[in-house]
Design a protein around this ligand. Structure first.
Ligand SMILES: NC(=O)c1ccc[n+]([C@@H]2O[C@H](COP(=O)([O-])OP(=O)(O)OC[C@H]3O[C@@H](n4cnc5c(N)ncnc54)[C@H](OP(=O)(O)O)[C@@H]3O)[C@@H](O)[C@H]2O)c1
Length: 216
């Protein structure tokens, strides 16, 4: 059983991570800005308030935990872009404060910096709307920041090109820096199976200090 602090538990991806972790017997502290938004109840769930952009919140949430998970960002507004790289810096700063007992850090990333089968990066392809490009590059900046960090046990997990609520099949494929595509050339993962992969990584660490991606 792992002790997990989770930022973003009210979100599309974070709520699936929360459900998956609880279903697999882990103890979760959901760190939310507004507890009224979190309706989930479970004996192994504790809800606390905090802001991922505040390293003091991160350190408080991470104390005594095995892992801090972040699934923050989201929405159609500028707050989405503005949260991603600052959150990475705050998460690292907060976890770092915990010294030798610091938990691992696992963050939801973006697909933009992955290599497509054609050899270009996802964000180099034509026709991507400007707002989406900004989000992709914000995740790219966060990943570049994580890659500069050697004193915190971080992992960044890029979803496939498309991640949506769907079915939990329990199966997925991974790669390090190449977009995972299926036989039809589509890159997709359900938020439920993404959560399976993330909790698998908590239980069986395979990617400390690197990014990997999950798709079908
Ligand atoms: N294919 C891809 O690469 C891909 C696709 C989708 C998503 N993503 C990435 O995955 C992440 C999560 O996406 P999502 O769709 O699950 O987003 P979402 O449903 O909008 O959820 C975002 C979560 O972040 C939380 N949050 C935002 N700012 C926060 C802060 N300062 N402190 C604490 N919590 C904060 C929100 O909490 P509140 O309830 O308090 O607002 C919410 O729980 C984003 O970074 C997104 O860019 C990548």
């Amino acid at each position: 059983m792992a002790k997990i602090a989770l930022f973003g538990a009210t979100g599309t991806i974070g709520s699936r991570i929360l459900r998956e972790a609880l279903d697999r017997g882990h103890q979760v502290t959901a760190v939310v800005r507004d507890p009224a938004k979190l309706t989930e109840q479970h004996p192994a769930l504790t809800v606390t308030t905090g802001d991922v952009l505040d390293p003091v919140s991160v350190a408080a949430a991470g104390r005594g935990k095995d892992v801090v998970v972040s699934a923050v960002g989201g929405g159609d507004g500028p707050g989405h872009i503005a949260t991603i790289e600052p959150a990475a810096k705050s998460l690292v700063a907060g976890v770092r404060q915990l010294g030798a007992d610091a938990p691992r850090l696992i963050a939801v990333g973006g697909a933009g910096s992955l290599r497509t089968p054609g050899g270009r990066l996802v964000w180099e392809q034509e026709g991507i709307p400007g707002f989406l490009l900004q989000i992709m590059h914000a995740h790219g900046d966060a990943l570049a920041y994580y890659r500069s960090i050697t004193d915190v046990r971080w992992t960044n997990i890029s979803p496939a090109g498309t991640i949506e609520p769907g079915e939990r099949t329990g199966t997925y494929r991974t790669a390090l820096n190449d977009l995972v595509v299926d036989a039809e050339g589509n890159s997709r993962i359900s938020a439920e199976d993404y959560a399976v992969a993330l909790v698998d990584e908590i239980e069986n660490p395979q990617h400390v200090g690197e990014r990997f991606t999950v798709g079908y």
